[in-house]
Design a protein around this ligand. Structure first.
Ligand SMILES: C[S@@+](CC[C@H](N)C(=O)[O-])C[C@H]1O[C@@H](n2cnc3c(N)ncnc32)[C@H](O)[C@@H]1O
Length: 205
């Protein structure tokens, strides 16, 4: 089962190094330019999180929470900004994205940051996980492409921390997938919406 971990209310006052803030501000400009060409890309599932808040939360987790390892995975990475932030903070960063145009953008981000991120084009759902969905129209379902884990020779239970930005209403599905496939002690961090992050740890039933 998943156990919620309370995040400090002052987490958004944690310092962000100026070099990281500068990278995030140029990232935002790139994302806006990309979204202005929406007709061209049709990456309608891509919405950017609040990366400053995600950085502050990842930093807090790394410093304050017991970790079962250092492997980090971004589910549906878009531009891979969060995976780069994770690398910046010392995580062994991995990222998966299904949309071909976003994979191109993710590669650009990783190269220009520069960051060490293991990036794969494919489906972040482990084989069989789609069967846990209570609604067949959830945006995380129906993506073409292989489940990415096999290419790495890893499974979801090899990751200490998974990050996702679920569409409204699919947070429960992400939690169910994590609860089914992650290791005991691993954590799921979700960006839920403005000023709202959720952190959960898998514990024994
Ligand atoms: C709301 S965006 C979040 C992007 C980024 N993680 C962030 O926090 O800014 C969700 C992303 O997940 C991708 N995605 C959705 N379902 C997926 C799946 N099953 N496998 C891989 N990528 C998926 C979408 O293409 C989209 O880029």
């Amino acid at each position: 089962m998943l156990h919620p971990i309370e995040l400090p209310s002052q987490i958004d006052t944690r310092p962000i190094p100026p070099a990281v803030a500068a990278k995030l501000s140029s990232m935002r400009a790139r994302i806006e330019a990309f979204q202005d060409c929406w007709d061209q890309h049709r990456a309608e599932q891509f919405v950017a999180a609040d990366y400053e808040l995600v950085y502050q939360t990842l930093d807090w987790v790394r410093q304050q929470q017991p970790l079962i390892g250092s492997r980090f995975l971004e589910w549906g990475c878009g531009f891979a900004a969060v995976a780069c932030l994770a690398d910046e903070l010392g995580w062994n960063a991995h990222a998966i994205e299904a949309h071909v145009d976003l994979i191109v953008q993710a590669r650009k981000t990783i190269a220009s940051w520069p960051a060490k991120v293991d990036l794969l084009e494919g489906n972040f759902l482990p084989p069989g996980a789609a069967g846990l969905a209570f609604d067949p129209t959830l945006p995380s379902l129906g993506h073409a492409g292989e489940s990415a884990y096999e290419a790495w020779g890893l499974d979801l239970d090899d990751f200490a921390l998974v990050y996702s930005y679920p569409w409204p209403g699919e947070d429960e599905f992400h939690e169910d997938v994590f609860d089914r496939y992650a290791a005991i002690g691993a954590m799921l961090l979700m960006f839920i919406g403005p000023n709202e992050m959720r952190l959960l740890r898998k514990v024994r039933d």
